[in-house]
Design a protein around this ligand. Structure first.
Ligand SMILES: Nc1ncnc2c1ncn2[C@@H]1O[C@H](COP(=O)(O)OP(=O)(O)OP(=O)(O)O)[C@@H](O)[C@H]1O
Length: 193
């Protein structure tokens, strides 16, 4: 058990949510949080400590960086490069920092992007408590949601490292065929046991 896990409140279930840009990670994580209730569940973002550091260093607006708006896109590349350097020293540095705010029974980590993120959570918590979720949406769907391919962002490990990963407990098609209720039922079922 890592130092952080001992210090913070231990969740019974940790949901690791992954998927390409604009596949719907935030949308479905927010919907799940609403369904489970704020007293039982919370959302953690590995990118939060990265954005916090970046905002402080560069004098940027943290709330804007954390939001779904276009602002964060101006800094995404730089943040990827900088955070990769930090991960090179310690692959769990941002996951560990994000875990410090764990205080609910169910923890939804809504921006899992790397194999080392999955590794960190599996090493830090009992594997039986960790669930891996892949949200899938076609390029056409993602384009419709505002995604545009960007070299240095969409073709680097932060976006592609989990493309070939196949240890998903649940894969969700978020192209619009399944309604939100159907998707939420499957997600909620994953939080049982
Ligand atoms: N099932 C859905 N129904 C309706 N709108 C959706 C659905 N899934 C995602 N969206 C919309 O698509 C857009 C992108 O979704 P979201 O921000 O959740 O993607 P993301 O995977 O978190 O992206 P990023 O990696 O860039 O943060 C948002 O405007 C969101 O409201």
């Amino acid at each position: 058990m890592s130092e952080v896990a001992k210090e913070s409140v231990q969740p019974s279930i940790v949901l690791l949510v992954s998927g390409k840009r604009k596949c719907g990670k935030d949308y479905l994580s927010d919907a799940l949080l609403k369904r489970l209730g704020h007293n039982r569940a919370q959302i953690l973002r590995i990118s939060e400590p990265i954005k916090r550091y970046w905002a402080t260093q560069k004098g940027l607006n943290l709330d804007e960086l954390l939001s779904d708006g276009a602002y964060k896109e101006n800094y995404r590349k730089e943040m990827i490069v900088w955070s990769d350097e930090q991960r090179h020293e310690d692959y769990g540095v941002f996951c560990r920092e994000a875990c410090r705010t764990m205080n609910r029974e169910i923890c939804i980590v809504s921006d899992v992007r790397r194999r080392t993120d999955v590794r960190f959570f599996r090493e830090t918590f009992k594997p039986s408590r960790v669930r891996t979720i892949r949200i899938e949406a076609s390029d056409a769907t993602r384009l419709g949601r505002g995604w545009r391919f960007e070299a240095g962002v969409d073709d680097v490990p932060s976006e592609c490292d989990l493309d070939d990963f196949d240890e998903w407990d649940l894969r969700i098609d978020n192209n619009g065929q399944d309604d939100i209720e159907t998707i939420l039922e499957r997600l909620v079922a994953l939080t049982n046991g």
